[in-house]
Design a protein around this ligand. Structure first.
Ligand code: KIV
Length: 258
């Protein structure tokens, strides 16, 4: 087993697993100092490319960004989202996951739960491609945002799914927007780490979209904690630059060549 994956699994019930997303080398280089896992998420479609949802992400784009991210990583586990429609069948999933692994040298792929696609996980794992599952709110397949696991029936359903994903061989599961009691039950009852986003403290680790927690994306649902406001910081810098250019304060001789 990949030692980085082994390390992530070994943290269950011991210490929290720190995860964030990255779409470029420069951000990855910073995250790598602190994160156990870096995800090249298809949230890039909204955050970077300005689409309404993640559906327009494709293999070429995610591969190119992962090649960039990989250059900034030494220690963290690198996981790549498989884009929507790149894993409609086990054979298609294998072909595309293999392409992602070969071209990017990432450590694992993530696939969202849809119509019990456990067979896909099973095949990829059998072919030595590590897989991270994703349950709860799965933006590739759900039109309407909703917190899941708020009733006993839903909790049972999610727990069943998590167990099947574990049984299929996934090394970890992202749990997106799952009510805290349900998150606790799932985390307690499966042997692989759960990584929460909007799913309370009752998960083995946490992930956020980096642009959200940096205050850059403009998308701040309740579960996002803004650790800084890059939007403001960048605007201040651009304003200063504009003023300098207009007032001929930039460039000075210090910034020019003789
Ligand atoms: O695409 C993404 O960034 C994700 C995280 C929100 C988990 O799937």
């Amino acid at each position: 087993m990949n030692p980085k994956i082994k390390k992530i699994i070994s943290k269950k019930n011991k210490s929290k697993i720190v995860c964030l997303t990255s779409y470029s080398k420069s951000i990855a280089k910073i995250l790598d100092k602190y994160c156990d896992l870096i995800l090249v998420g298809d949230s890039m479609a909204n955050v970077l490319y300005g689409h309404e949802n993640t559906h327009k992400m494709n293999l070429d784009i995610i591969i190119q960004h992962t090649i960039s991210v990989k250059k900034g990583i030494k220690n963290s586990l690198l996981v790549v989202d498989m884009p929507k429609d790149s894993y409609n069948s086990p054979n298609q999933a294998f072909k595309n996951a293999k392409l992602i692994m070969q071209k990017t040298k990432c450590d694992a792929v993530k696939i969202e739960d849809f119509r019990n696609n456990f067979k896909i996980i099973e095949l990829l794992v059998k072919k030595k491609i590590p897989v991270m599952g994703h349950i709860g709110y799965t933006p590739q397949f759900k039109k309407k945002f909703k917190i899941e696991g708020q009733s006993l029936k839903e909790t049972k359903f999610l727990l069943e799914k998590a167990k099947l994903i574990e049984r299929a061989g996934a090394f970890s599961i992202v749990m997106e927007c799952i009510a805290s009691n349900a998150a606790k039950q799932i985390t307690d009852k499966i042997g692989i780490p759960t990584i929460g986003i909007g799913s309370s403290l009752n998960c083995d680790g946490q992930i956020l979209v980096t642009d959200d927690m940096l205050g850059l994306s403009g998308f701040y649902p309740k579960f996002v904690k803004k650790y800084t406001n890059l939007n403001k910081i960048i605007e201040k810098a651009v304003k200063k630059y504009t003023r300098d250019v207009k007032l001929k304060n930039y460039p000075t001789t210090k910034n020019s060549f003789r």
